[in-house]
Design a binder for this molecule. Structure first.
Ligand SMILES: Nc1ncnc2c1ncn2[C@@H]1O[C@H](COP(=O)(O)OP(=O)(O)OP(=O)(O)O)[C@@H](O)[C@H]1O
Ligand SMILES: [Mg+2]
Length: 229
Protein backbone atom coordinates (compact mmCIF):
# COMPACT_ATOMS: atom_id res chain seq x y z
CA UNK A 1 0.00 0.00 0.00
CA UNK A 2 1.22 3.47 -0.84
CA UNK A 3 1.93 5.55 2.21
CA UNK A 4 4.71 7.97 1.46
CA UNK A 5 5.76 9.27 -1.89
CA UNK A 6 2.23 9.85 -3.12
CA UNK A 7 2.49 12.48 -5.79
CA UNK A 8 -0.32 11.96 -8.27
CA UNK A 9 -4.09 12.02 -8.11
CA UNK A 10 -5.65 10.57 -11.23
CA UNK A 11 -9.25 10.39 -12.40
CA UNK A 12 -9.91 7.83 -15.12
CA UNK A 13 -13.15 8.12 -17.09
CA UNK A 14 -15.08 9.20 -14.01
CA UNK A 15 -18.85 9.28 -14.52
CA UNK A 16 -21.44 10.31 -11.98
CA UNK A 17 -25.19 10.07 -12.30
CA UNK A 18 -27.62 11.36 -9.74
CA UNK A 19 -31.10 9.90 -9.72
CA UNK A 20 -34.35 11.79 -9.73
CA UNK A 21 -36.86 9.08 -9.04
CA UNK A 22 -35.61 6.32 -11.32
CA UNK A 23 -34.34 8.73 -13.97
CA UNK A 24 -30.53 9.02 -14.11
CA UNK A 25 -29.22 12.57 -14.37
CA UNK A 26 -25.65 12.49 -15.67
CA UNK A 27 -23.39 15.09 -14.03
CA UNK A 28 -19.92 13.79 -14.94
CA UNK A 29 -19.55 12.11 -18.33
CA UNK A 30 -16.08 10.59 -18.36
CA UNK A 31 -13.65 12.94 -16.63
CA UNK A 32 -10.01 11.93 -17.06
CA UNK A 33 -7.41 14.17 -15.49
CA UNK A 34 -4.14 13.96 -13.62
CA UNK A 35 -3.12 16.24 -10.74
CA UNK A 36 0.42 16.41 -9.42
CA UNK A 37 1.61 17.24 -5.94
CA UNK A 38 3.39 20.60 -5.87
CA UNK A 39 1.17 22.16 -8.53
CA UNK A 40 -1.98 24.28 -8.40
CA UNK A 41 -5.19 23.66 -10.33
CA UNK A 42 -8.55 25.32 -10.64
CA UNK A 43 -11.83 23.78 -11.73
CA UNK A 44 -14.32 26.31 -12.97
CA UNK A 45 -17.69 26.07 -14.67
CA UNK A 46 -21.20 27.44 -14.23
CA UNK A 47 -23.29 26.70 -11.16
CA UNK A 48 -24.57 23.13 -11.32
CA UNK A 49 -21.89 21.97 -13.77
CA UNK A 50 -20.59 19.42 -11.25
CA UNK A 51 -17.49 21.07 -9.74
CA UNK A 52 -18.31 20.07 -6.18
CA UNK A 53 -19.33 16.58 -7.29
CA UNK A 54 -15.99 16.11 -9.03
CA UNK A 55 -13.99 17.50 -6.10
CA UNK A 56 -15.80 15.23 -3.65
CA UNK A 57 -15.13 12.21 -5.85
CA UNK A 58 -11.45 13.17 -6.21
CA UNK A 59 -11.16 13.39 -2.42
CA UNK A 60 -12.93 10.12 -1.66
CA UNK A 61 -16.07 11.78 -0.28
CA UNK A 62 -18.49 10.47 -2.91
CA UNK A 63 -18.53 7.38 -5.11
CA UNK A 64 -18.30 7.57 -8.90
CA UNK A 65 -20.98 5.71 -10.89
CA UNK A 66 -18.14 4.37 -13.02
CA UNK A 67 -14.47 5.09 -13.54
CA UNK A 68 -11.62 5.13 -11.04
CA UNK A 69 -9.72 7.57 -8.86
CA UNK A 70 -6.11 6.69 -8.15
CA UNK A 71 -3.54 7.99 -5.70
CA UNK A 72 -0.51 6.98 -7.71
CA UNK A 73 -1.61 3.41 -8.50
CA UNK A 74 -3.90 2.92 -5.51
CA UNK A 75 -7.60 2.84 -6.45
CA UNK A 76 -9.19 4.72 -3.54
CA UNK A 77 -12.70 3.36 -4.13
CA UNK A 78 -11.45 -0.22 -4.04
CA UNK A 79 -10.31 0.22 -0.43
CA UNK A 80 -12.18 -0.95 2.63
CA UNK A 81 -13.88 1.85 4.56
CA UNK A 82 -11.29 1.97 7.34
CA UNK A 83 -8.34 2.11 4.93
CA UNK A 84 -10.10 4.72 2.82
CA UNK A 85 -10.74 6.85 5.87
CA UNK A 86 -7.09 6.67 6.85
CA UNK A 87 -5.97 7.63 3.34
CA UNK A 88 -8.51 10.45 3.30
CA UNK A 89 -7.30 11.85 6.60
CA UNK A 90 -3.65 11.63 5.73
CA UNK A 91 -3.59 12.58 2.08
CA UNK A 92 -6.31 15.17 1.65
CA UNK A 93 -7.12 18.41 3.36
CA UNK A 94 -10.49 20.01 2.63
CA UNK A 95 -11.60 23.61 2.70
CA UNK A 96 -15.25 24.28 1.90
CA UNK A 97 -17.25 27.39 1.14
CA UNK A 98 -18.74 27.16 4.60
CA UNK A 99 -15.81 26.39 6.83
CA UNK A 100 -17.54 23.78 9.04
CA UNK A 101 -15.63 24.69 12.18
CA UNK A 102 -16.99 23.12 15.35
CA UNK A 103 -18.69 25.96 17.17
CA UNK A 104 -18.24 24.51 20.67
CA UNK A 105 -14.45 24.32 20.24
CA UNK A 106 -11.94 27.16 20.33
CA UNK A 107 -9.85 28.06 17.31
CA UNK A 108 -6.90 26.08 18.67
CA UNK A 109 -9.07 23.06 19.50
CA UNK A 110 -10.64 23.11 16.03
CA UNK A 111 -7.17 22.80 14.51
CA UNK A 112 -5.61 20.22 16.82
CA UNK A 113 -8.61 17.91 16.64
CA UNK A 114 -7.37 16.42 13.35
CA UNK A 115 -4.02 15.58 14.95
CA UNK A 116 -5.59 14.16 18.08
CA UNK A 117 -7.83 11.90 15.96
CA UNK A 118 -4.64 10.60 14.33
CA UNK A 119 -3.26 9.80 17.79
CA UNK A 120 -0.63 12.54 17.93
CA UNK A 121 0.49 13.91 21.28
CA UNK A 122 -1.50 16.91 22.44
CA UNK A 123 1.61 18.97 23.17
CA UNK A 124 2.96 18.50 19.64
CA UNK A 125 -0.44 19.24 18.16
CA UNK A 126 -0.65 22.51 20.07
CA UNK A 127 2.84 23.52 18.96
CA UNK A 128 1.99 22.89 15.31
CA UNK A 129 -1.37 24.65 15.59
CA UNK A 130 0.30 27.70 17.13
CA UNK A 131 2.80 27.74 14.29
CA UNK A 132 -0.02 27.58 11.75
CA UNK A 133 -1.98 30.31 13.49
CA UNK A 134 1.03 32.59 13.09
CA UNK A 135 1.18 31.64 9.38
CA UNK A 136 -2.52 32.47 9.06
CA UNK A 137 -2.09 35.81 10.83
CA UNK A 138 -4.27 34.76 13.76
CA UNK A 139 -1.95 34.10 16.71
CA UNK A 140 -4.10 36.14 19.09
CA UNK A 141 -7.29 34.22 18.26
CA UNK A 142 -6.28 30.81 19.58
CA UNK A 143 -8.74 30.87 22.50
CA UNK A 144 -11.63 32.48 20.67
CA UNK A 145 -14.66 30.57 19.44
CA UNK A 146 -15.55 30.56 15.71
CA UNK A 147 -18.56 32.84 16.34
CA UNK A 148 -16.15 35.51 17.60
CA UNK A 149 -14.27 35.56 14.28
CA UNK A 150 -15.05 37.22 10.94
CA UNK A 151 -15.86 35.03 7.94
CA UNK A 152 -12.38 35.50 6.50
CA UNK A 153 -10.76 34.64 9.82
CA UNK A 154 -12.90 31.51 10.15
CA UNK A 155 -11.86 30.44 6.68
CA UNK A 156 -8.20 30.93 7.63
CA UNK A 157 -8.72 28.63 10.63
CA UNK A 158 -10.28 26.09 8.23
CA UNK A 159 -7.14 26.29 6.06
CA UNK A 160 -4.93 25.73 9.11
CA UNK A 161 -7.00 22.67 9.97
CA UNK A 162 -6.87 21.39 6.37
CA UNK A 163 -3.07 21.58 6.15
CA UNK A 164 -2.43 20.40 9.73
CA UNK A 165 -1.65 16.81 8.75
CA UNK A 166 0.55 17.94 5.85
CA UNK A 167 -1.65 16.29 3.21
CA UNK A 168 -0.46 15.70 -0.35
CA UNK A 169 -3.45 17.52 -1.76
CA UNK A 170 -5.47 20.46 -0.54
CA UNK A 171 -8.97 20.39 -2.03
CA UNK A 172 -10.84 23.67 -1.79
CA UNK A 173 -14.46 24.08 -2.85
CA UNK A 174 -15.41 27.74 -3.39
CA UNK A 175 -13.28 28.73 -0.40
CA UNK A 176 -13.85 32.42 -1.08
CA UNK A 177 -17.53 32.17 -2.03
CA UNK A 178 -18.66 33.95 1.12
CA UNK A 179 -15.93 36.54 1.43
CA UNK A 180 -15.39 40.10 0.28
CA UNK A 181 -12.63 40.79 -2.22
CA UNK A 182 -9.92 41.59 0.29
CA UNK A 183 -10.58 38.57 2.49
CA UNK A 184 -10.86 36.40 -0.63
CA UNK A 185 -7.40 37.56 -1.70
CA UNK A 186 -5.90 36.74 1.70
CA UNK A 187 -7.49 33.29 1.72
CA UNK A 188 -6.30 32.50 -1.82
CA UNK A 189 -2.77 33.65 -0.97
CA UNK A 190 -2.75 31.36 2.07
CA UNK A 191 -4.05 28.46 -0.01
CA UNK A 192 -1.26 29.10 -2.51
CA UNK A 193 1.26 28.84 0.32
CA UNK A 194 0.18 25.23 0.75
CA UNK A 195 1.92 24.74 -2.57
CA UNK A 196 4.81 27.21 -2.34
CA UNK A 197 5.84 26.57 1.29
CA UNK A 198 4.69 23.01 1.88
CA UNK A 199 4.75 21.48 -1.59
CA UNK A 200 1.14 20.33 -1.58
CA UNK A 201 -0.99 19.98 -4.68
CA UNK A 202 -3.89 22.41 -4.67
CA UNK A 203 -7.19 21.74 -6.45
CA UNK A 204 -9.64 24.59 -6.09
CA UNK A 205 -13.18 25.03 -7.43
CA UNK A 206 -14.29 28.57 -8.11
CA UNK A 207 -16.22 30.62 -10.61
CA UNK A 208 -14.36 33.81 -9.70
CA UNK A 209 -11.70 34.65 -12.34
CA UNK A 210 -9.69 36.62 -9.73
CA UNK A 211 -9.41 33.36 -7.81
CA UNK A 212 -9.09 30.66 -10.47
CA UNK A 213 -6.60 32.64 -12.57
CA UNK A 214 -4.15 32.49 -9.67
CA UNK A 215 -3.85 28.71 -10.11
CA UNK A 216 -1.22 27.28 -12.42
CA UNK A 217 -3.65 25.29 -14.54
CA UNK A 218 -7.32 26.10 -15.10
CA UNK A 219 -9.90 23.50 -16.17
CA UNK A 220 -13.47 24.10 -17.22
CA UNK A 221 -16.28 21.68 -16.51
CA UNK A 222 -19.11 21.76 -19.04
CA UNK A 223 -21.67 19.09 -19.95
CA UNK A 224 -19.86 16.67 -17.67
CA UNK A 225 -16.59 16.98 -19.55
CA UNK A 226 -13.43 18.62 -18.20
CA UNK A 227 -11.26 20.59 -20.64
CA UNK A 228 -8.35 22.99 -20.26
CA UNK A 229 -9.67 26.54 -20.18
N1 LIG B 1 -26.73 14.47 -3.74
C1 LIG B 1 -27.31 14.87 -4.88
N2 LIG B 1 -28.45 14.30 -5.32
C2 LIG B 1 -29.02 14.68 -6.48
N3 LIG B 1 -28.50 15.60 -7.31
C3 LIG B 1 -27.37 16.20 -6.92
C4 LIG B 1 -26.69 15.88 -5.69
N4 LIG B 1 -25.57 16.62 -5.58
C5 LIG B 1 -25.54 17.39 -6.67
N5 LIG B 1 -26.60 17.15 -7.48
C6 LIG B 1 -26.87 17.79 -8.79
O1 LIG B 1 -25.71 17.62 -9.58
C7 LIG B 1 -25.44 18.81 -10.33
C8 LIG B 1 -24.04 19.30 -10.02
O2 LIG B 1 -23.99 19.77 -8.68
P1 LIG B 1 -22.66 20.37 -8.07
O3 LIG B 1 -22.97 20.74 -6.67
O4 LIG B 1 -21.55 19.42 -8.28
O5 LIG B 1 -22.44 21.66 -8.99
P2 LIG B 1 -21.40 22.85 -8.84
O6 LIG B 1 -20.73 23.03 -10.16
O7 LIG B 1 -20.52 22.61 -7.68
O8 LIG B 1 -22.36 24.10 -8.59
P3 LIG B 1 -22.09 25.44 -7.72
O9 LIG B 1 -21.19 26.30 -8.55
O10 LIG B 1 -23.45 26.04 -7.59
O11 LIG B 1 -21.49 25.05 -6.42
C9 LIG B 1 -26.55 19.78 -9.97
O12 LIG B 1 -27.53 19.72 -10.97
C10 LIG B 1 -27.08 19.27 -8.66
O13 LIG B 1 -28.44 19.57 -8.53
MG1 LIG C 1 -20.26 23.62 -5.86
Amino acid sequence: MIEDGVDKLIANMVCKDFFQGDKAMPVLNGVSVEFEKGKTYAITGVSGSGKSTLLHILGGLDVPTSGTVLLNDLDIYSLKASAKERILNQRFGFVFQFHYLIKELTVLENIIVVGLIKGQARKECIARAEELLVEMGLPDKRNNYPSQLSGGQQQRVAIARAVFNKPCFLLADEPTGNLDKQNAQTVVDLILRAQSDWGMGVILCSHDPDVYNKMGMVYNLHDGILTIK
